[in-house]
Design a protein around this ligand. Structure first.
Ligand SMILES: NC(=O)c1ccc[n+]([C@@H]2O[C@H](COP(=O)([O-])OP(=O)(O)OC[C@H]3O[C@@H](n4cnc5c(N)ncnc54)[C@H](O)[C@@H]3O)[C@@H](O)[C@H]2O)c1
Length: 251
């Protein structure tokens, strides 16, 4: 079964992006897979092709405006338009107290998680406007509600991306574009692998204490939430952030 709808996914090489791509392939979507990790991105491409998906992989660094322009243009060239956009690429930096961060770490996390997400929106939305609309899911975080300990800069990027989601919900309603934030809490991927090495035992205990009771999610489970938010749930959830923290209450 093929659905004549195109889903563009950034951060498609690993974790949530890959799980989402595989589920969408099973449902018959056309897929444009974007990542700067070419090797793992091509593995995702092979996995979705095994499911007979029509799919392309585009190598791009989401922080680079020319790369972003190019991934949008290549997607349109391949599939004609973009119906759904999973604005998902993201990263973490080592966990520290705010004053311990150096400016390079600040720039890196802001560039990927906020500027990269903004650039995606800046170039995808005009394509959607020409197509009479489209639906966007921004991967935000439980850190969009409340920072976990020693995670101030990452948390700032995810608060800001939640704000962009709400802005789209407010500003584009009559233009038929919807945006939803999907907020995993602890998702079982490798994103935090390089983030926790800075923590002493004492700080680790504080981090654990700042993460209330919740069920860690698989990327496959969060992918289901992204698909619902992008498709059948988009009208209802437009302009909101969906808390996927498995029992931890933030609002
Ligand atoms: N894992 C968690 O606990 C968790 C919790 C909340 C939110 N998130 C968010 O989920 C999203 C997906 O992360 P994940 O957990 O699947 O981790 P992941 O590291 O497996 O996936 C992130 C992907 O983004 C790509 N990426 C990073 N920087 C990029 C750049 N400059 N250009 C292009 N691609 C780039 C990586 O190569 C990778 O494929 C991120 O936005 C992350 O912030 C994760």
């Amino acid at each position: 079964m093929t659905i004549n709808k195109t889903f563009l996914i950034t951060g498609a090489a690993t974790g949530l992006g890959r799980a989402l791509a595989i589920k969408l392939a099973e449902q018959g979507y056309k897929l444009s897979l974007v990542d700067f990790n070419e090797e793992a991105g091509k593995e995702t491409l092979a996995l979705v092709k095994e499911k007979n998906a029509e799919a392309i992989f585009i190598k791009a660094d989401v922080t680079n405006e020319e790369n972003v322009k190019n991934y949008v243009e290549e997607t349109v060239r391949a599939f004609g338009t973009i119906d759904y956009f999973a604005n998902n690429a993201g990263m973490m930096i080592p966990l520290r107290l705010l004053h311990e961060y150096d400016i390079n770490e600040y720039d890196r996390v802001m560039n990927v998680n906020l500027k990269g997400a903004f650039l995606g929106l800046k170039y995808v939305i005009p394509v959607m406007l020409q197509n009479n609309g489209g639906n966007i899911v921004n991967t935000v975080s439980s850190n969009s509600f409340k920072p976990t300990a020693y995670n101030g800069l990452y948390s700032a990027t995810k608060h800001a991306l939640a704000a962009l989601t709400k802005s789209i919900g407010q500003d584009y309603q009559d233009l038929n574009i919807r945006a939803v934030g999907v907020a995993p809490n602890t998702m079982i991927t490798n994103i935090a692998a390089n983030a926790v090495h800075t923590l002493t035992e004492e700080r680790m205990a504080k981090l654990v204490a700042s993460t209330g009771p919740n069920i860690p999610a698989t990327p496959e489970a969060i992918a289901e939430a992204v698909i619902f938010a992008a498709t059948t749930g988009a009208d209802l959830l437009n302009g909101t952030v969906v808390n996927c923290a498995g029992g931890q209450i933030f609002q």
